[in-house]
Ligand binder design. Structure first.
Ligand code: ZN
Length: 136
């Protein structure tokens, strides 16, 4: 069994940003030639997260709207006395810092409309995500 780990750096473009990273995951999978296995994607930050959904602009607007309703940028947060980004941490906790996707026949078993996103909540800045492929 192979285990391959790769680090990627991207620049988020704004304070709240949803970046489609599906191509980079597919590129890694092609490069490592794993046919059956598992891909894990992880973001090592406390104000980013990962999710899978459709890459559609208005849906991303709806997501931003939903997150603003659940965890508004301006709130009465204790952590804002430290570095003024409590909402970003809380949104990251609400979602997830890692996702796993099964691999079969050399392909990610994503559904037709599923794409992989890195969500930025405290940008713009340089961010890292890690792709680990395990399998044979
Ligand atoms: Zn903070």
């Amino acid at each position: 069994m192979k285990v391959i780990t790769k680090n990627f750096t991207i620049e988020s473009r704004k304070k709240i940003d949803f970046i489609d990273i599906t191509n980079s995951v597919e590129d890694v999978l092609r490069e490592v030639e794993v046919v059956e296995g598992l891909v894990t994607i992880f973001t090592p930050h406390t104000t980013t997260c990962l999710f899978i959904n459709e890459d559609e602009k208005r849906l991303m607007d709806d997501l931003e709207k939903m997150l603003e309703k659940l965890v508004p940028i301006k709130g009465n947060y204790f952590h804002d006395n430290v570095d003024d980004n409590a909402y970003a941490h809380l949104r990251s906790i609400l979602l997830s810092t890692s996702i796993s996707i099964p691999v079969s026949g050399g392909k990610l078993l994503l559904g037709t409309w599923q794409n992989i996103f890195l969500a930025e909540f405290d940008g713009p800045r340089k961010r890292t995500y890690i792709i680990q492929v395990m399998g044979a």
